[in-house]
Design a protein around this ligand. Structure first.
Ligand SMILES: *[C@@H]1O[C@H](CO)[C@@H](O)[C@H](O)[C@H]1NC(C)=O
Ligand SMILES: *[C@@H]1O[C@H](CO)[C@@H](O)[C@H](O)[C@H]1NC(C)=O
Ligand SMILES: *[C@@H]1O[C@H](CO)[C@@H](O)[C@H](O)[C@H]1NC(C)=O
Ligand SMILES: *[C@@H]1O[C@H](CO)[C@@H](O)[C@H](O)[C@H]1NC(C)=O
Length: 798
C-alpha cells in the first residue's frame, strides 16, 4: 500500500544523512561539462558571493515535511509558519556570529537572508579572490546573451572555523544552461545559384494539423536559379525562355508507405512568393505552397519537380534535402482545455490563489503579446489585463533577449488559470556586478517572502545535468524545496527535454549512451517533476493498426511519450537519481514498474541506473507544438517547460476549490499524487507508449526507459484528468484536510492546538475515528463507481 511505512521513512532519512557525510566538494574549483575557465575578470568589478550556512535539524524537518504533505498522516496540511520553520532549521547562533563577525570585518557588504541560513557577500573581484584565497575566471561555454558567468578556477580556502560553519558558496555552484523550449524557427536559407534543374526545397518545412507548408526555388532550363515572379512567368528571363507552368509535389511518408502526388499550377492562387538570397548574395524568387490532407503523426518529406512549357520535366529534387516533419495538431489553450477538461472560461477568484513562474538568465515577456495572444486564442479576459506581478526586472523591449520560455509560461498559465494572480519572478542574469547564482538566489528570495505573500505554486522550467553539479549544491537546493513543502508551497520542475541521457548525448554525442544521466532539480525528491507527452493516434496499440483487411482508426487522439524521433521536438526526461534515495511516497509505484513483465526497464548491462534512487517524473502532460505569440509571429515550441506551467495552472484550480472551502493549499503534491494513482488509477491518462532513449536533437541511444501501464520513468503517473482529480479531492475524505485554512490575512501554519499534550491527543483520536468512519462511509457509498474504474484498468498488483 501507499501509506507511509515508518521503517522505510527512518531508513530513507538515515540514508540521506549517510550521503551528506559521504562527500565534500564544497571547496573544489568550479568544473562542469561544457564549460572551460577563460580570462580573468576585471579586478575592480564587484561580485556577489552567496554563502550557504550550515543548518540544523534537517532530519527532524524531513519527518515533519513528510507528515504535512502525506494525506494519510494526521498532520496533513498543517504547514509551518516561516518563523517556526527557520527557528528549527536556521544555523546555530554560534555559527551565525562567527560568519557575521568574519565578513563584517572585511571590505565589502554582508547581508543575511530571513532565516540566517544564507548570506550575500558583495565585494570586488580582487577582494573576493583574497578573502577566499582563490582565482576567479570568466567561464566559457553556452553563455546566455549578455551574461558573464564567473567562477573559482582554483580551490577555495577560508579559515577552518568559517569553512565548518558553511555548506558551500556560489563560487563553484553549477551554471544552468539557457532554458529548454525548442523553437522550430524557419531560418532564411541560401540557395545555390546554378547547377541543377530540379527545384530546391528549403530544409525546414512547417507542419500542422494535416498540412505541411514548403518553401522552394525553381531552376530554369539553363540550370540557373529563377528570378521571375509567378505573374511574369517563372523563368521568362532565362535564355531558353521555357516557362515553368506547374510543379509536381510528391509527399512521402515512408514508414507507412503512404505517398501523394499533388500538381501545383504556377498561378498566384496556389503559390505565395517572396525574394530570397543565393549563396553568392544574388536574389532569387522563393515560392511557398501549403498542402492539405496529409496524414498526421507520420514522418513526412517531399520531392518536387518542374513542368516546362515545352512539355519536358525536370528531375525530382532529392528527399534528403528536406528535414522530415511530423504533421500534428498545434497545441493551443482550447485544445488543452478540451483534452484535460480544464474549465478555461471559469475565472479563479480567491485572492490568495497564485502561481509564480521562475525565470532566469534574462528571459522576459511582452505584455502586448499577451493581450494579442488572448484575442487570437479566444481566451476570455476579466479586467483589462491578466493580473501579473513582477518580481525583479522585465525588459520586454530588449528584442533579442525576449524569452520564448517566459512568453510560453505566461501566455499558457494566464489562459488556463484565468484571473489567477501570476508572479513573473525574474532572477537577474549572470552579469558582472549582479548575482552570480540565480538558482540559490531565487530560493533565498522565496525565504525572504512573507507567508501571506509567497505564491502558492511555482513553475520552474530550468534544469541541468545532475552529474556535473557539486553534491553540496544539490543537497542544499533539495533541502530548500523541502522547506517550501513545509510552508505548503507546490514546486513543479520540468523533467528535462533530453530523455534518459540528459544533455550529455545532445551536447557530446552518442558515446554518452548507456548511462542514465538524470537532470537536477528535476530529480529532487521534494519537487513534482513534470514529463512530456504528445498527441498521437496510436496510444491504444490497436489504433492505427493496418493490414490488407483491416484498418483501425480510433476517433480520439491520445497521449504518448513526447519523443524527438516521433516529431515531438524533444524527449521527456526521466529515470532515477544517483544522489537521492527513493522517497517513501513512490515505493509501491516504482517497485511495480521495476517488476513489469514486458520489460519496459532495460537491464543494467544495457543501461546503468540507480534503481534505489528517486525515480522521476511524477506526472506528465502535453509538451509539444505549443503555439506561442512572439511579436507578430506565432511560433511552435516544445518542451517539458510547456507541460510544467500547464500542470501549475491545474494545481491552482485544485487549490481554488480548497481555498474557497477555507482549507489549506495542496502544498507538496507527490504523496497525494501517488495515493490517488494507487486508489483511483483512472484519474490519470495512463501513457503506455514510447520511451526516452532519444535526446532533443536527432541523436537516439539504443536504450532508454519505456512507458508502461501505471507509473513509469518516462511519463510518471500519466497526465492528470483535471476534473477527476478535482472530484477526488472534493469527495475522498482521506485526500481532504483535517485542518482548516484561515484565508489570506493569516499565516498558513495551523498548529492550532497549543494546550496540554493530552488534550491534543484526545482531539486527534476523536478526529481520527470520525474521519475513519467518514472514509468507510464514502468508500462504501462511492464503491460502485470506483470499483468499475478499478475493473477497467487494473494497475498495481491487480
Ligand atoms: C592562500 O593559501 C596559500 C596556501 O596555503 C598561502 O600560501 C597563501 O598565503 C594564501 N594566500 C592568501 C592571499 O591568503
Ligand atoms: C549582400 O548584398 C547586400 C545588398 O544587396 C549588401 O548590403 C551586403 O553587404 C552583401 N553581403 C555580402 C556578404 O556580400
Ligand atoms: C505563403 O507564405 C505566406 C507568408 O508566410 C502566407 O501568408 C501564404 O498563405 C503562403 N501561401 C501559400 C500558398 O502557402
Ligand atoms: C478575479 O480575482 C479577484 C481576486 O483576486 C476577484 O476579486 C475577482 O472577482 C475575480 N474576477 C472574476 C471575474 O471572478
Amino acid at each position: 500500500m501507499a501509506w507511509v511505512c515508518p521503517i522505510a521513512v527512518i531508513l530513507i532519512s538515515q540514508c540521506l544523512l549517510c550521503i551528506v557525510t559521504a562527500s565534500d566538494d564544497r571547496w573544489a574549483a568550479f568544473s562542469q561539462l561544457g564549460w572551460q575557465h577563460g580570462d580573468r575578470p576585471s579586478h575592480d568589478n564587484s561580485i556577489v558571493v552567496l554563502l550557504a550556512l550550515r543548518q540544523r535539524n534537517m532530519d527532524l524537518l524531513e519527518r515533519k515535511a513528510q507528515a504535512v504533505s502525506d494525506p494519510s498522516s494526521p498532520e496533513y496540511g498543517r504547514y509551518l509558519e516561516r518563523d517556526e520553520l527557520y527557528g528549527i532549521s536556521g544555523s546555530s547562533a554560534y555559527n551565525v556570529d562567527l560568519v557575521e563577525k568574519f565578513f563584517s570585518e572585511l571590505p565589502g557588504t554582508f547581508q543575511f537572508s530571513f532565516g540566517k541560513d544564507f548570506a550575500r557577500y558583495t565585494c570586488t573581484i580582487a577582494c573576493v579572490e583574497k578573502v577566499f584565497n582563490t582565482t576567479l575566471r570568466i567561464q566559457k561555454g553556452r553563455v546566455a546573451p549578455g551574461t558573464t558567468p564567473i567562477r573559482a578556477s582554483e580551490p577555495v580556502r577560508l579559515p577552518v572555523n568559517i569553512q565548518n560553519a558553511l555548506e558551500g558558496t556560489s563560487l563553484n555552484a553549477p551554471l544552468f544552461m539557457p532554458p529548454h523550449p525548442r523553437q522550430s524557427k524557419v531560418m532564411p536559407f541560401r540557395y545555390k545559384r546554378s547547377g541543377r534543374t530540379a527545384p530546391r526545397v528549403r530544409p525546414m518545412m512547417v507542419a500542422g494539423d494535416q498540412f505541411i507548408s514548403i518553401h522552394f526555388v525553381a531552376y530554369c532550363k539553363d540550370k540557373v536559379v529563377n528570378q521571375d515572379t509567378v505573374q511574369n512567368g517563372i523563368c521568362r528571363n532565362s535564355p531558353h525562355s521555357r516557362l515553368i507552368t506547374a510543379f509536381d509535389v510528391l509527399v512521402l511518408q515512408t514508414a507507412t508507405n503512404w505517398q501523394k502526388l499533388v500538381r501545383v499550377p504556377a498561378v498566384p492562387d496556389t503559390l505565395g512568393e517572396k525574394v530570397a538570397k543565393t549563396e553568392d548574395n544574388q536574389t532569387c524568387t522563393e515560392f511557398n505552397a501549403t498542402l492539405g490532407n496529409i496524414q498526421n503523426y507520420a514522418s513526412t518529406t517531399v520531392r518536387i519537380r518542374s513542368l516546362f512549357s515545352d512539355g519536358s520535366v525536370s528531375d525530382f529534387s532529392d528527399p534528403s534535402e528536406v528535414m522530415p516533419s511530423w504533421p500534428m495538431a498545434y497545441t493551443t489553450p482550447s485544445l488543452l482545455s478540451r483534452n484535460y477538461r480544464i474549465p478555461m472560461h471559469e475565472p479563479v477568484r480567491h485572492p490568495r490563489n497564485s502561481i509564480s513562474v521562475a525565470e532566469f538568465l534574462g528571459q522576459y515577456y511582452n505584455p502586448d503579446d499577451l493581450d494579442a495572444f488572448f484575442k487570437l486564442m479566444g481566451v476570455r479576459e476579466w479586467g483589462t489585463r491578466p493580473k501579473l506581478s513582477l518580481i525583479g526586472e522585465n525588459l520586454p523591449m530588449a528584442g533579442s533577449v525576449l524569452g520564448g520560455e517566459a512568453q510560453l509560461d505566461i501566455q499558457y498559465i494566464t489562459s488556463l488559470a484565468a484571473n489567477v494572480s501570476t508572479f513573473f519572478w525574474s532572477v537577474p542574469s549572470i552579469e558582472l556586478a549582479t548575482r552570480q547564482e540565480p538558482f540559490l538566489d531565487w530560493l533565498m528570495q522565496l525565504e525572504d517572502t512573507d507567508d501571506s505573500e509567497i505564491p502558492l505554486v511555482h513553475s520552474v522550467s530550468y534544469s541541468d545535468d545532475a552529474l556535473t553539479m557539486p553534491f553540496w549544491f544539490k543537497r542544499r537546493v533539495n533541502e530548500e524545496f523541502m522547506k517550501l513543502a513545509l510552508r505548503g508551497i507546490t514546486v513543479l520542475v520540468a523533467s528535462g527535454d533530453d530523455g534518459v541521457s540528459g544533455n550529455f548525448v545532445a551536447k557530446e554525442g552518442l558515446k554518452y549512451c548507456g548511462v542514465n544521466r538524470e537532470e537536477f532539480p528535476s530529480s529532487s525528491p521534494w519537487v513534482t517533476s513534470v514529463g512530456g507527452t504528445q498527441l498521437a493516434q496510436e496510444n491504444v496499440p490497436v489504433c492505427g493498426y493496418a493490414s490488407e483487411d483491416v484498418m483501425v482508426q480510433c476517433p480520439h487522439d491520445g497521449e504518448v511519450v513526447c519523443t524527438s524521433d516521433k516529431g515531438g521536438g524533444i524527449t521527456s526526461g526521466g529515470g532515477f537519481s544517483s544522489d537521492f534515495p527513493r522517497p517513501w511516497y513512490q515505493h509501491e509505484a516504482v517497485e511495480h514498474y521495476l517488476h513489469q513483465t514486458d520489460n519496459p526497464v532495460p537491464s543494467q548491462d544495457k543501461l546503468k541506473y540507480n534503481k534505489f534512487g528517486r525515480a522521476f517524473p511524477d506526472l506528465a502532460a502535453l509538451s509539444s507544438n505549443y503555439l506561442v505569440l512572439m511579436g507578430d509571429d506565432l511560433t511552435a515550441m516544445s518542451g517539458t517547460s510547456a507541460s510544467t506551467p500547464l500542470v501549475a495552472s491545474m494545481v491552482a484550480r485544485w487549490n481554488e476549490d480548497r481555498l474557497q472551502q477555507r482549507m489549506p493549499p495542496l502544498g507538496f503534491l507527490n504523496p497525494l499524487l501517488y495515493q490517488i494513482l494507487s486508489k483511483y488509477p483512472s484519474a490519470f491518462n495512463d501513457v503506455q507508449i514510447g520511451d526516452n532513449r532519444c535526446s532533443r536533437g536527432s541523436a537516439c541511444c539504443p536504450t532508454g526507459f519505456a512507458a508502461a501501464r501505471g507509473w513509469d520513468a518516462v511519463s510518471g503517473c500519466g497526465s492528470p484528468d483535471f476534473q477527476l482529480v478535482a472530484k477526488i479531492l472534493r469527495e475522498d475524505a482521506m485526500m481532504s484536510f483535517r485542518s482548516r485554512f484561515s484565508g489570506p490575512a493569516q499565516p498558513l501554519a495551523l498548529d492550532a492546538v497549543q494546550g496540554p499534550g493530552w488534550m491534543f491527543l484526545i482531539v486527534m483520536m476523536l478526529l481520527q475515528s470520525l474521519i475513519t468512519g467518514f472514509v468507510v462511509f464514502v468508500l462504501m457509498g462511492g464503491c460502485r463507481r470506483w470499483k468499475l474504474v478499478h475493473a477497467m484498468r487494473p494497475l498495481l498488483d491487480g
